[in-house]
Design a protein around this ligand. Structure first.
Ligand code: MN
Ligand code: MN
Length: 278
């Protein structure tokens, strides 16, 4: 196991954006498979069927500030520490990092790294079908169902705004209340509620926040979610400055003809375009 990615952090400069794969799925619950996501999303990004232009006009193919670091070599119970260290190596150079999961457990070490760089008390915009606030899930406190409970407990996150949530059970509602989470569930979304962000925020995007009609390649398909267009609008139109992001829970084994990989690649372009345009 190594905490070194392919791109030497010393070759990275301030203002650059590093795409970093985190092939980790051993904290998944229902099924594994998201460890294969980073390479599959890169293949979709490289496909000749599309270009690398974000909708704001930023052409990632012609943007020297967009750097692909490859994947961290993960695969063990120390993954969380390796992920935090791997991300911190780039943040310490003044770069931003867009992480490709992996399951959602990677967000906890990613938030540790970002809190070390930007200060504790981060604001997070979290797009997901699920609140991921369990104290423990299947006896795993580091489960992909728990990262935001851990991040809030450590003081890494002060303001958590969730969008796309549906089907919260009473335990999840109690946890959201306990942590003071702002939950814009799909019912509220349908009534027109939108996140109101200000200042710097970190974006954590679980692909199952999208409706499975748009993104079937996820382990936990939860009908009634956001459209691809709505997710893009959230990325593009939310106020504030995006200081870092993760895109998690793509599971190639569940995909149909790579359609979710292309959706993930599209979202990578939009997130990268946004971060690089400041
Ligand atoms: Mn999640
Ligand atoms: Mn989810």
């Amino acid at each position: 196991m190594s905490d070194q990615a392919r791109l030497d952090p010393l070759s990275v400069s301030a203002g650059e954006l590093v795409l970093l794969g985190l092939p980790a799925d051993d904290h998944s619950s229902f099924m594994r498979g998201s460890a294969a996501a980073p390479q599959a999303i890169r293949s979709a990004l490289a496909s000749d069927s599309s270009n690398l232009c974000a909708e704001n006009g930023m052409d990632l193919g012609a943007a020297p500030r967009f750097r692909d670091a490859g994947d961290l070599a993960l695969g063990g119970r120390l993954d969380l520490a390796a992920i935090e260290k791997g991300i911190s190596a780039y943040l310490g150079r003044g770069a931003s990092v867009l992480c490709l999961g992996g399951d959602h457990s990677v967000s906890f070490p990613a938030l540790r790294a970002h809190a070390a760089r930007h200060g504790k008390g981060l604001t997070v915009l979290h797009i997901d079908a699920h609140p991921d606030l369990y104290d423990s899930f299947l006896r795993d406190p580091l489960s992909h169902a728990c990262p935001f409970a851990r991040a809030i407990e450590e003081g890494l996150v002060r303001r958590l705004v969730q969008v796309g949530i549906r089907g919260m059970n009473p335990l999840q509602r109690a946890q959201a209340e306990r942590f003071g989470v702002e939950v814009i569930d799909m019912d509220a979304w349908s009534s027109g509620r939108r996140p109101s962000m200000r200042g710097d925020f970190y974006l954590s995007l679980d692909l199952d926040g999208l409706d499975p009609a748009f993104a079937p390649g996820v382990s936990h398909r939860e009908p009634g979610g956001l459209s691809t267009r709505e997710a893009i609008d959230l990325i593009r139109r939310t106020q504030g400055r995006c200081i870092g992001a993760d895109l998690v829970e793509y599971n190639p084994a569940r995909d149909w003809d790579g359609v979710t990989a292309m959706t993930a690649a599209k979202l990578v372009k939009e997130i990268a375009g946004r971060i690089l345009s400041g």
